[in-house]
Write a protein that binds this ligand. Structure first.
Ligand code: PEP
Ligand code: MG
Length: 582
């Protein structure tokens, strides 16, 4: 039995057999051992992957040859030769046999050896060949790992997925009915992979560090997504302990669900709007069952992932309309496309950048690809005829972006009018405040929009200079840092002075103690994953607004994030002990 600590990103407890999923792309794979009886099977898997890769390359070569001539397709002849290299094949089989590693590990290990050997050769031509080997290697590894994904789809039982990494697009394709929990070796608490875990309502832990090397497929694992703990190969006493904690979690969740139809208001009558964050239109049922009063953030970028062509206006319209109609008259805030950062769509050529979070992302991407942006705006506008739809722009850093987007929105409205398609001309337009420059100039921005929504996931990463996906610096990711509190307070006050409402849709408000802080700072709306809404409601219903204001003022006067955090913990304990995670 071994215990690993990571960051718990989606609460609850799962106990089940593990399925290790390799994400592919890198040759640095952790070793996963197999028992001797599985060796022949692994060799066959490797040989099948070789054959499949060969067929693929032959097909590419044929197509290229038809399109651009024989010569240019010769590069693929070189690739085929690599695949037929007996030494390479035998080396891989030897690692499977002697080291008893799975096929992808054996292949990646042999590849690494080749890269090493080639890098020491003093011949430019031969050095160049290394990129061919890498290319073929990636394709073959992709086939081996892809097969694992297919095996995942055919699993007879429910499993816990453990992977080095899962991209948001990988995570989005996980079959909820098969996956009880997931764990990744890397990743920070507000990475979009983590956020998807919450939207799937399954326990999830990220950033455990090396764990795959300790695991074999089929081993039993416990995942405690509330406390960020993963236990590999637990003994019976540990299984019993976590089973009873899991029961307690289910019981508390059940009690909290009873608050569903009660208003989100403090003991002295101050109302806060409780919204839900969603990634997929089919989540609306969960939004309603968890007592949300609206959708505070609809992350539309998932419509663009894992597909060959971009979503059409019609397809988007259908998705947005469904949410708008189901939620009506409750508000639905549709955020325009926020790709880039850790979210990519294979159809869009967003290049890999040195600093993707500071790069061509979100509104910046949309304003240079106005064709794509306008299609989305038209779809959102058309959906606004079916409910209480608002539109919100991500990553606003200055006033020009809002004005340029406004022009395109006006153009889209004019087009729809000409075409006789109905929409709400008075649609509210809001800006996410998630870049320090936006928070610092929120007095000016408040003149341009109808509402603000604080995107604290990004605000924290940009203010504290911490990559939100990087587990190595996750310990610095401090929502209670005084700099964050000051910017949040400033944004709320500037919004109110400008007579607009201010919400918050970052993950930090999922924590009841932070929800109380936001309440005390004067927030009008809190939006979070549906699964955490009952806790937030309970916290708000357990306190007086006047007390929350005092708590917030005291927190603002404290010098460090740790002291603020501790202070808020103590207050939460006084207010509602049940909500404190021990
Ligand atoms: C945020 O940045 O806080 C936010 C809500 O948006 P996302 O997590 O999608 O970047
Ligand atoms: Mg954001």
């Amino acid at each position: 039995m071994r215990e690993f600590k990571g960051v718990g990103v989606s609460p609850g407890i799962a106990i089940a057999k593990v399925f290790v999923l390799h994400s592919g792309g890198s040759f640095n794979l952790p070793k996963r051992e197999i028992t001797p009886d599985l060796i022949p099977g692994e060799i066959t898997r490797f040989e099948d992957a070789l054959a499949r890769t060969r067929t693929e390359i032959l097909e590419i070569r044929r197509k290229l040859s038809d399109q651009i001539g024989r010569e240019s397709s010769d590069i693929f002849t070189a690739h085929l030769l690599i695949l037929e290299d007996r030494t390479l094949i035998e080396d891989v089989i030897e690692v499977i046999r002697n080291e008893q590693g799975v096929a992808e590990y054996a292949f990646a290990t042999v590849m690494q050896r080749y890269f090493q050997a080639f890098s020491q050769i003093n011949d430019e031509y031969l050095k160049e060949r290394i990129s061919d080997i890498r290319d073929v290697g990636r394709r073959l590894l992709g086939n081996l790992c892809g097969e694992e994904k297919r095996r995942l789809e055919e699993l007879p039982e429910k499993v816990i997925i453990i992977s080095h990494d899962l991209s948001p697009s990988d995570t989005a394709t996980l079959d909820k009915s098969k996956v009880l929990a997931f764990v990744t070796e890397i990743g920070g608490p507000t990475s979009h992979t983590a956020i998807l875990g919450r939207s799937f309502e399954i326990p999830a832990v990220v950033g455990t560090g090396k764990i795959i090397s300790e695991i074999n497929n089929g081993m039993t694992v416990i995942v405690d997504g509330t406390h960020g703990v993963v236990v590999v190969d637990p003994d019976q006493a540990t299984i019993d302990k976590f089973t009873s904690e899991g029961d307690r979690f289910v019981q508390i969740s059940g009690e909290l669900e009873k608050l569903r139809d009660l208003p989100t208001e403090t003991l002295d009558g101050k109302r806060v709007v409780l919204g839900a964050n969603i990634e997929f239109h089919h989540e609306v049922a969960s939004v309603i069952s968890h007592g949300a009063e609206g959708v505070g953030l609809y992350r539309t970028e998932y419509l663009y992932m894992n597909r060959i062509a971009l979503p059409t206006e019609e397809e988007q319209y259908e998705a947005y309309r469904k949410v708008a109609e189901t939620m009506n008259p409750r508000a639905v805030i549709i955020r325009t496309l926020d790709l880039g950062g850790d979210k990519f769509a294979s159809t869009l050529e967003i290049p890999h950048e040195m600093n993707p979070y500071l790069g061509w992302r979100a509104i910046r991407f949309c304003l240079t690809r106005k064709d794509i942006f306008k299609t989305q705006m038209r779809a959102i506008l058309r959906a606004s005829a079916h409910g209480n739809v608002k539109i919100m722009y991500p990553m606003i850093s200055n006033i020009y972006e809002i004005r340029e987007a406004r022009e395109l929105l006006n153009l889209s409205m004019a087009e729809l009018e000409r075409e006789g398609k109905p929409f709400n001309r008075q649609i509210d337009v809001g800006a996410m405040i998630e870049i320090p420059s936006a928070a610092l100039t929120s007095d000016v921005l408040a003149q341009e929009v109808s509402f603000f929504s604080l995107g604290t996931n990004d605000l924290i990463q940009y203010v504290l200079a911490i990559d939100r996906t990087n587990e190595k610096i996750a310990y610095l990711y401090e929502p209670t840092h005084p700099a964050i509190l000051r910017l949040v307070e400033m944004t709320i006050n500037n919004g109110h002075r400008g007579k607009i409402w201010v919400g918050s849709c970052g993950e930090m408000s999922a924590n009841p103690k932070i929800a109380i802080l936001l309440l005390g700072l004067g927030i009008d709306e809190i939006s979070a994953s549906p699964i955490v809404l009952p806790k937030i409601k309970k916290a708000i219903r357990s306190i007086k607004y006047s007390d929350a204001r005092e708590i917030a003022q005291k927190a603002l006067s404290l010098p460090t994030g740790k002291e603020i955090d501790q202070f808020l913990n103590e207050k939460l304990k006084d207010i509602c002990k049940d909500l404190v995670d021990e």
